[in-house]
Design a protein around this ligand. Sequence first.
Ligand SMILES: NC(=O)c1ccc[n+]([C@@H]2O[C@H](COP(=O)([O-])OP(=O)(O)OC[C@H]3O[C@@H](n4cnc5c(N)ncnc54)[C@H](OP(=O)(O)O)[C@@H]3O)[C@@H](O)[C@H]2O)c1
Length: 326
Amino acid sequence: MSSLNESQKTIATVGIVVTLTVYLIRRRFRGATCKSLALLKGKTVIVTGANTGIGRETALDLATREARVILACRDVQKGENAAKYIRKYTPDGEVVVKILDLASMKSIRSFSEDILKTENRLDVLINNAGVFRPPLLRTEDGFELQFGVNYLGQFLLTNLLLDLLKKTDSSRIVIVASALLKRGRINFEDINCEKNYSKAQGYSNSKLAIAMFARELHKRLSADAESSSNGNNPSVYCLHPGVIDTEMSRYFPMFVRVLLSPIRWLFFKTPKQGAQTTIYCAVAGELKGVSGRYYGDCKEEPWHKAVLDEDVAKKLWEVSEKMTKL
Ligand SMILES: NC(=O)c1ccc[n+]([C@@H]2O[C@H](COP(=O)([O-])OP(=O)(O)OC[C@H]3O[C@@H](n4cnc5c(N)ncnc54)[C@H](OP(=O)(O)O)[C@@H]3O)[C@@H](O)[C@H]2O)c1
């Protein structure tokens, strides 16, 4: 620095400080990494919403662990693009695209029938797909979109695939919720938003519902195991992935997305970083046999108290059975 004049020294110092600060901020927000080296050779995994974001990175990671990975996507072209991306890194991996639109019970049923007919095992089901704060839209069956896709669709899908999961030794069901579930409410008076709709509240409600489903499913599977001495029941894991720079903000106005982009780049996790807790729940050896717990940053976290209301969870299950004609 001795050959630099004063203003050049100042610019160089500011440059170094800014670079270091950016590096430290990005490091601070990147979250934990799944350390497991487990391989999944011979195992079959389904990832919903696998064409982009966290789902695609999860599918890529599991494919590199030699799993047969089924990308369950609603758009075949987007699914094939994701498969191409994954095959670039895992040329020998088995990556299959199948159509699943969680906003259509018909599609969920035909996807499940196909899986039950063609697959002889299902080791991990990852309920990852989701929509975030859309305007009031309805699924093919008339459900409010966030409640329909983020919760009801995955409730139906999981139940339809349960027998195959039960037939597979040490299978896992991984449910991607969100920390925003803490703002959720299950309002049985207006569960389908016929009277009121708020985008933000709708998202939190759907994530609270899927987390309650995770606990209730675990409870029912445990009771089933006790009464039928079936020790082979799937384990259920629920998680929040953090805040990640994905296509989640697609329903935001373009100017908001542009304004948010430096913040997203600086403070949000990348999709690969955001996928780590999902991967951890899907593969970590130390979680074998553990079930009905909640995770964030590759470690267990306490359930939010709203998730623990067992009467609401039971009623929600019964209402959901009726809504999905399970
Ligand atoms: N990003 C975050 O900060 C964050 C935070 C907390 C929780 N999460 C949760 O993480 C999960 C993954 O989100 P992401 O951030 O990766 O978002 P993303 O990039 O928007 O990906 C969402 C995925 O869900 C799929 N999807 C949406 N509607 C569907 C439907 N009807 N049927 C089947 N698939 C559907 C999308 O498919 P298309 O591309 O075809 O629409 C896409 O593959 C979601 O459950 C989300 O709620 C994300």
